[in-house]
Design a protein around this ligand. Structure first.
Ligand code: 13P
Length: 287
């Protein structure tokens, strides 16, 4: 069931668990995440970055595929199709394409411009029944060519953006996209505490979910994080499973070269990873 992310995140915030955002790259990814969410009766958010959208030939293709798949698979749990780290233009494209949720990432803009553009997009999204995520304080690491420094957000700026009526707020607390470096100091819980104190019941978003130790994830959820984004970890397990299949020579046996067979182990690996994360985030049975 395709819905905006508003209600599922409010429930998560009240219930002290988090909804996973799993980024999708193709049909196998989408199918794996949807089937796992249905099996575990968990709400879920499908994240689509600009790069992944382009790879799948455009946001229209993505929205059409997700909506059709949701229907054909008979998915009953709440599913949001969400733009990940959108520019101003990408937000409008996704609204037109049939997404149910958008993220406007104005964190690299001067704060006043982030504020003005977020204000406009909140109104547009809400008038059309979509949910909207905003970002304050760049998330570290590299995503789609944009490199952030992992800065911590300013709690006062978080409050100003939260007061615009966004449905979820991504605030940097030392998190980084991709694999964490050995010397990563961990999440800044004092920053999270200060942001939470200013933003009240606003569902907070933790980007860069890959590789954050489980105890830090649980602590972050207990302190108000209601949405956690995971991308790289699914890519790693997909690739490892695919390599194992090829290295075992399974593509050389019978019709093992059939793409449906080649892609099956990777798809199963994504399902297992999504299951593990949903259990960790506490969203199982919350649909
Ligand atoms: P990871 O790739 O580090 O899991 O981060 C995903 C993310 O935050 C998408 O916005």
């Amino acid at each position: 069931m395709i819905v905006s992310a508003k209600e599922m995140l409010q429930k998560a915030q009240e219930g002290h668990y988090a909804v996973g955002q799993f980024n999708i790259n193709n049909l196998e990814w989408t199918k794996a995440v949807l089937l796992t969410a249905e099996e575990l009766k968990s709400p879920v958010i499908l994240g689509v970055s600009a790069g992944a959208g382009k790879y799948m030939t455009g946001f229209k293709t993505v929205a059409a595929m997700v909506r059709a798949m949701d229907e054909e698979l008979g998915i009953t749990v709440p599913v949001a199709i969400h733009l990940d780290h959108g520019t101003y233009d990408a937000c409008y494209k996704c609204i037109k394409a049939g997404f149910s949720s958008i993220m406007f990432d104005g964190s690299s803009l001067p704060f006043e411009e982030n504020l003005a553009k977020t204000t406009e997009l909140v109104n547009v999204a809400h008038n059309l029944g979509l949910s909207i995520e905003a970002e304050v304080g760049a998330i570290g690491g590299e995503e789609d060519g944009v490199v952030g420094m992992g800065e911590c957000a300013d709690p006062a700026e978080c409050k100003t953006i939260a007061d615009l009526g966004v449905d979820m707020l991504a605030a940097g607390i030392g998190n980084i996209h991709g694999v964490y470096p050995e010397n990563w100091p961990g999440l800044s819980f004092p920053t999270l505490e200060a942001i939470k104190a200013k933003t009240g019941d606003m569902p907070l978003v933790l980007h860069g979910g890959t590789g954050i130790p489980d105890d830090q994830i649980k602590k972050a959820i207990s302190m108000g994080v209601a949405k956690i984004n995971v991308n790289t970890e699914c890519q790693i397990v997909f690739t490892e499973a695919t390599r194992a299949y090829i290295e075992a020579g399974k593509d050389k046996v019978g019709k093992g070269f059939d793409p449906r067979k080649v892609l099956a182990p990777g798809t199963e690996a994504i399902k297992a990873k999504v299951k593990e994360k949903m259990e960790l985030f506490g969203s199982v049975g919350k649909a």
